[in-house]
Design a protein around this ligand. Structure first.
Ligand code: NAG
Length: 263
């Protein structure tokens, strides 16, 4: 894969919030020739000051840009990002003044956990498949605590997964409500994408021991409580919307196969 130099270059504009303006409503992201420009990432004014948040946002977007570029077969990348920093944080000479960007129209917000999700990153989607979402939510713990990398994979990969929710309105390719499907008599498989992802079917007993799952003969599916644990070692490249944390995964399934990316 060949990257031209300017594709890998992100421009940073750090902004201090002066007032919460009610100018623009909704995203101000521009799309030019494969580049997403002027993505607004806003830090909630209630969060305590931490430069690590700003630095890790930069690293995350940089990594996400190259990952997105590969995942979309060199069609999309992130070019310019504006970080809106709370006015209560120390001012720095490199910060510019906010014009119309604000917390309320940000594409990505950094804020306290929303109870239901804890530190799990999520995208507020209320439209149907294919409709843009409202914003991506990251917690400060997600951005600064490296022990969460084991759970979600690198932050850049997570951002690409969430960006696909936000921008293209694609849904997750895992299904917590129907984790298994039957493939024949006494045979079941985990719902996953792609189906070539290998793994183990593990049941955790109340004493904390693990054993292989059994098939429930009534439903022809794995027993309730059975979990599909993908092997860390895989060769399949899809899909980011199923599990971006698997090292081999670098492609979207539906996007790469249907060439159906809208922008
Ligand atoms: C990092 O996250 C882990 C898992 O949520 C938590 O147990 C730990 O206390 C966190 N560390 C810090 C410094 O917040």
């Amino acid at each position: 894969m060949i990257f031209s130099k300017d594709i890998m270059l992100n421009q940073w504009i750090l902004l201090m919030v002066v007032v919460l303006q009610h100018g623009a409503i909704g995203t101000m992201v521009k799309f030019n020739n494969g580049a997403f420009e002027d993505i607004v990432i806003a830090i909630n004014p209630g969060l305590s000051e931490d430069d690590k948040i700003i630095n890790n946002i930069k690293d995350m977007v940089k990594e996400a840009s190259s990952y997105l570029f590969i995942a979309t077969e060199q069609r999309f990348y992130f070019k310019t990002v504006k970080v809106v920093i709370p006015l209560t944080w120390a001012a720095k000479p490199e910060y510019a003044r906010v014009t119309t960007e604000s917390y309320t129209n940000a594409d990505i917000i950094v804020a306290d956990p929303f109870i239901k999700y804890g530190d799990e990153p999520y995208t507020l989607q209320y439209g149907g498949c294919g409709e843009q979402g409202r914003y991506i939510h990251f917690t400060s713990n997600f951005l600064t605590n490296d022990s969460l990398l084991d759970v979600y994979g690198s932050r850049g990969r997570v951002l690409v997964h969430e960006w696909a929710h936000l921008r293209w309105g694609v849904f997750d390719e895992y299904n917590n409500d129907a984790p298994f499907y039957t493939t024949g008599v006494n045979k079941a498989e985990a719902t996953r994408c792609s189906a070539d992802i290998t793994g183990q079917y593990i049941f955790r007993t109340s004493t904390g021991k693990t054993r292989k799952c059994k098939i429930d003969h009534r439903t022809q599916l794995y027993e309730v409580g059975c979990q599909f644990i993908p092997n860390k070692k895989q060769t399949v490249p899809a899909s980011i919307m199923y599990m971006q944390s698997l090292p081999s995964v670098t492609l979207f399934w539906c996007i790469s196969h249907n060439k159906a990316v809208a922008h």
